[in-house]
Design a protein around this ligand. Structure first.
Ligand code: AR6
Length: 169
């Protein structure tokens, strides 16, 4: 698998699928979720609402993933996953790793060969960036998947540096 780090706005990335750090409601929010919904257009929200009315009545649990179309995005698909909220007293690393594994599993299902990831949970959900990037890189490298290219998309210089550090380890 080819692993790349490309700093910038994930909504601009040309990949078969981009991953959204969503919340369980799938109905939008701030951060990368808000940016993806704005760039994809309102059809994305409509498809998310249909998912909530049919297969995901209780919402998407953290650590799981589901695909929708990408609509106005350059990416054909959006894979929505829900990261864990960081908590000092409870180790939720397995759930964060599951976000990456499940996103790649969904990518295999839809036939996506290139997938771009933001730093899931490392914004509003409060996960320390150094650990979030370490889990991201390790989990992707260990995954059993047909995805050929993974692009990590840090949004800041610090995040970019930490992805590079994690990849160099
Ligand atoms: N492209 C790439 N990365 C981005 C972009 C972008 N356009 N915008 C932000 N980031 P966050 P979370 C980075 O908060 O922590 C939402 O309200 C950001 O700097 O988007 O998983 C959801 O609805 C950070 O490094 O996701 C949930 O309620 C990383 O993406 C909640 O936030 C993740 O930050 C999820 O929180």
């Amino acid at each position: 698998m080819d692993v790349q780090i490309v700093k910038g706005d994930i909504t601009k990335v040309q990949a078969d699928a981009i991953v959204n750090a969503a919340n369980s409601s799938l109905l939008g929010g701030g951060g990368v979720d808000g940016a993806i919904h704005r760039a994809a257009g309102k059809q994305l929200l409509e498809e998310c609402k249909r998912l909530r009315e049919t297969t995901l009545k209780d919402g998407l649990p953290s650590g799981q993933a589901v695909a929708t179309e990408g609509y106005n995005l350059p990416a054909k698909w959006v894979i929505h996953t829900v990261g864990p909220v960081f908590a000092k007293k409870t180790d939720r690393s397995d759930t964060l790793a599951s976000c990456y594994r499940e996103s790649l599993r969904v990518a295999d299902e839809i036939g996506a060969k290139s997938v771009a990831f933001p730093a899931i949970s490392a914004g509003i959900y409060g996960w320390p960036m150094d650990n979030a990037t370490e889990i991201a890189v390790r989990t992707v490298q260990e995954a059993d998947t047909s995805v050929e290219t993974v692009i990590f998309v840090p949004f800041s210089n610090d995040a970019e540096e930490m992805f590079h550090e994690a990849l160099g380890r």
